[in-house]
Design a binder for this molecule. Sequence first.
Ligand SMILES: NC(=O)c1ccc[n+]([C@@H]2O[C@H](COP(=O)([O-])OP(=O)(O)OC[C@H]3O[C@@H](n4cnc5c(N)ncnc54)[C@H](OP(=O)(O)O)[C@@H]3O)[C@@H](O)[C@H]2O)c1
Length: 304
Amino acid sequence: MNEPQHPTSTPVETVTVIGLGPMGQAMTRVLLAAGHRVTVWNRTPDRVGGVLAAGAALAATPAEALRASRLVLLSLTDHRAMYDVLDGATGSLAGRTLANLGSDTPDRSREAAAWAARHGADFLTGGVMVPAPMVGAPGAHVYYSGDPEVMERHRAVLALLGEPKYLGEDPGLAQLMYQAQLAVFLSTLSALMHATAMLGTAGVRAAEALPELLASADRIGAILRAGEPHPGSGIDAGEHPGRLSTVTMMGATADHIVETSTVLGLDPALPLAVRAHYRYAVEHGHGGDNWTRIIDAVRAPGPR
Ligand SMILES: NC(=O)c1ccc[n+]([C@@H]2O[C@H](COP(=O)([O-])OP(=O)(O)OC[C@H]3O[C@@H](n4cnc5c(N)ncnc54)[C@H](OP(=O)(O)O)[C@@H]3O)[C@@H](O)[C@H]2O)c1
């Protein structure tokens, strides 16, 4: 497990962590290593052993876990899990700050903030942008949104988990950023598996295929910056000049990937979705534009 980036120079606090999956356990260990007292609770008791051995204290109930600390980190699968855990303990919420670092939709994060406020608790939404083993390591960062004063009150402790990137007051914002980042991540993972399966039909082992494919994925940022030094500025200006590559050219390749995948007997769902973006742009007269023009298709959902 990683040592924290900055051993705490802040006064020792008591922090509660509810939810001891890999992420909650990693957070607990980082906080303990920085010298804080940590109280934990988890639905399934046999997950707590490791962090108790590392020095955490076990609360007997969610209410006891809430009462132990002003700052309560929630590391649960989704907001439904938060209500499952805390609905029976709302009498202990007043005066606490809930920092919910689990995944859900922006709307449900806003609802959760309103729910917490009704019970006298402050609420921060957090999106952790590293896997559990990298919590607290250099380069780790966590997006937050919610009341700025609440953020400042807890910034020093939260910074132990990773650099806090505060996005604004709307509790849905950090969740939206998390979803956007995970949309890139999960789509890329599916693309990597699709490509690995394609090569596998020719006998290329995954251990050979993935390093080649990952090298390409690593180059994407550099390729996009070479085409546009400030990526996104063209999209903001509504400009999509097809200087280096066009929708028509890339759409033809998207066609070929669908055809090849189908012939190879693979699930064509992912290449079909990609192809639909290019076809939409071509059908709307933008075949000569840069690939960024496909954002129009994303912004106009509906049957193609
Ligand atoms: N793991 C990562 O690398 C990573 C990275 C970034 C963000 N995250 C986010 O961090 C959160 C936690 O991730 P994780 O990997 O630690 O997940 P996990 O292994 O699925 O753990 C989820 C936690 O939620 C609890 N839980 C789920 N449903 C519950 C319910 N109905 N009632 C009570 N407790 C419930 C589980 O309790 P039990 O132990 O009793 O099942 C467990 O403590 C997720 O929202 C995830 O998206 C994870």
